[in-house]
Write a protein that binds this ligand. Structure first.
Ligand code: HEC
Ligand code: HEC
Ligand code: HEC
Ligand code: HEC
Length: 465
């Protein structure tokens, strides 16, 4: 049952990545560089206004064209959002999946009525009930306004095409990596708002694991082109930067929800959702020739037998910080370690340690937003992820999955900025695929094999430096 979510890694990425290497196809082309927009990291998004519904965006002079022939934006965004079988169209199917057999089984095990009317599901598979306007249709699933913001406040000024004025009226600045991360994480990690949290009980009832990496998922769902026009209006985006900011925002979100008195606990326990799943879901051997499956982890000062906090984002941030924000790296390192230690003591110490670590994660996100993430930095980060300093921390499944996504994302960023020729990148695909293979089946995860596969992929990448 742990296999489900990773299906897209093994299967869909394989199709996606070779495509994105040949940027000429345009479909997944990313044009990378520095992002212009730089709102403060934790800027509260303006209070959401009523959602007028996808139909409101669908005019043929708006986003409802059948061809991507718009002057500024494609204008066929609705068609792309509706793609029937690709990840790009996943959000238009979000409500429909609540009708499928898997949802019915989850709802039955949780003792809910139909999933299609359960608040516990609708928070992420539809849009909030409190903001539904007259033309809103629940069957649209996660519509335009779930990400771009309720349009009641900005639709009129938006029709004039003035982006800046629309932003002032409440259109969400999705070109800003931190603002975007905050929107996605509401559903692709969880939030304290009603119906936006998949706790361990929902997972144990059969909900797929939630796995997320901001840059990769942005690419998978993109319904826009980063063409010359985009670059002129918004500046070049930089996949490495989006990746790093996404890691910092994800850690911030995890620590913040863990600190919540309601979401952070379940019965007498900490909420298991925040922990490293396979630290509990390992195989156990009771025989005489007991074979320990727990690997030593130098960055987690906790006794064996204690489930650790899921540190996938901490590991990635540790690499990004050392290269891009070295002045803060040592503090981040010390605070991560202190947090693990405190987590093994008691909840109160863990919450205080979480507050310190969150502050540093936010400082890192701010530093990343104004850093260049150029060729040298991206190469250095890839290198560091597999290096002696970081590699021994891949003792568990979740962190290893992030490492593969990072290697892939950063390599893509190098290709898309022209720092690595596409032909060379294609040549090391088989190495990266071996690293993917090592994490394909969570029940068959072998840390040592994984570290070898990643090391080999990174050695090849190093030759391109
Ligand atoms: C925190 C947000 C959130 C909540 C709450 C939530 N889900 Fe999901 N659900 C997701 C995300 C995100 C995915 C996609 C996971 C992925 O592929 O990365 C998903 C995937 C699924 C899938 C698999 C879809 C497929 O294409 O096979 C089913 C089924 C599902 N959810 C049902 C439910 C049900 C039933 C509930 C309520 C009990 C629920 N979800 C609550 C976010 C949520
Ligand atoms: C899951 C979140 C999400 C949903 C749902 C969504 N979008 Fe987007 N949209 C984005 C993101 C992220 C971008 C990229 C923004 C950027 O980089 O400036 C984007 C970009 C766009 C752009 C291009 C902006 C530009 O400056 O080039 C248009 C137009 C757009 N979306 C319209 C729509 C419409 C219409 C819908 C509904 C059919 C929709 N979006 C649904 C997240 C979403
Ligand atoms: C309101 C909740 C919500 C928000 C906000 C949201 N998503 Fe999703 N997303 C979902 C759900 C639910 C699914 C699963 C739907 C399904 O299985 O059809 C999903 C699926 C996806 C998928 C397909 C994953 C796969 O395994 O095929 C991608 C990619 C994705 N989202 C990216 C994003 C990005 C990037 C953002 C932010 C710009 C974002 N999402 C914001 C709810 C949301
Ligand atoms: C602190 C230990 C612990 C952690 C961490 C943990 N689980 Fe569990 N999990 C359990 C226990 C205990 C059960 C119930 C087993 C039983 O009743 O036999 C369970 C049950 C499950 C089941 C149902 C298994 C079955 O055979 O029906 C799933 C699925 C599951 N967990 C997924 C996850 C995921 C995904 C994560 C990470 C987000 C996770 N668990 C983290 C302890 C844990």
């Amino acid at each position: 049952m742990f296999v489900s979510n990773f299906a897209w890694a093994g299967v869909r990425w394989r199709h996606l990545l070779p495509l994105s290497f040949c940027g000429a196809l345009g479909l997944f082309a990313l044009i990378l560089g520095a992002t212009h927009a730089s709102a403060p990291v934790n800027a509260a998004l303006p209070g959401d206004k009523p959602h007028l519904g996808v139909a409101t965006c669908a005019g043929s002079t708006c986003h409802g064209r059948s061809e991507a022939d718009g002057k500024i934006v494609r204008q066929d965004e609705i068609l792309r959002w509706q793609e029937p079988s690709s990840p790009t169209g996943a959000h238009s199917r979000a409500f429909a999946v609540l009708n499928n057999a898997r949802s019915a089984a989850i709802a039955r095990r949780l003792g809910l009525g139909p999933a299609t009317s359960a608040a516990m599901c609708l928070g992420c598979h539809s849009e909030p009930a409190s903001v539904r306007g007259p033309r809103f249709q629940q069957s649209d699933g996660v519509g335009c306004e779930a990400c771009h913001g309720g349009s009641a406040g900005w639709i009129e000024v938006h029709k004039t095409g003035n982006h800046r004025a629309s932003l002032a009226a409440g259109l969400v600045p999705l070109e800003n990596p931190a603002a975007k991360a905050s929107v996605c994480l509401d559903c692709h990690f969880g939030s304290a708002d009603g119906g936006q949290f998949v706790n361990h009980r929902i997972m144990a009832a059969g909900h797929p694991r939630i796995s997320f990496e901001l840059d990769l998922f942005t690419t998978l769902q993109a319904h826009h082109d980063e063409d010359a026009d985009y670059v002129q209006r918004k500046g070049r985006t930089n996949g490495a930067k989006i990746w790093a900011v996404g890691q910092a925002m994800a850690l911030d979100r995890a620590l913040s929800l863990f600190s919540s008195p309601t979401l952070g606990t379940e019965g007498p326990f900490p909420e298991f959702y925040f922990l490293d799943c396979h630290s509990c879901h390992r195989r156990i051997y009771d025989s005489q020739n007991f074979n320990q499956t727990v690997a030593d982890n130098p960055a987690r000062p906790i006794p064996v037998g204690m489930p650790p906090f899921n540190d996938e984002n901490m590991i990635m941030l540790s690499a990004a910080a050392r290269i891009v924000a070295p002045a803060q790296a040592a503090r981040f390192e010390a605070e991560s370690k202190a947090f693990h230690g405190a987590f093994a003591r008691d909840r109160n110490s863990a919450i205080s340690a979480a507050a310190r670590l969150r502050a540093t994660a936010n400082a890192l996100a701010a530093a990343f937003q104004s850093a260049s993430f150029g060729r040298d930095q991206s190469f250095a980060i890839i290198d560091l992820i597999a290096s002696e300093a970081i590699n021994p921390r891949f003792t568990d499944y979740e962190g290893s999955v992030q490492a593969v996504m990072a290697t892939d994302t950063l390599l893509n960023a190098l290709v898309n900025t022209g720092s690595v020729p596409a032909a060379n990148a294609a040549a090391i695909r088989s190495d990266i695929n071996r690293a993917y293979a090592a994490v394909r089946d969570p029940n068959d995860y072998r840390p040592a094999d994984f570290r070898r596969a990643l090391g080999s992929a990174v050695r090849t990448i190093r030759t391109l430096r």
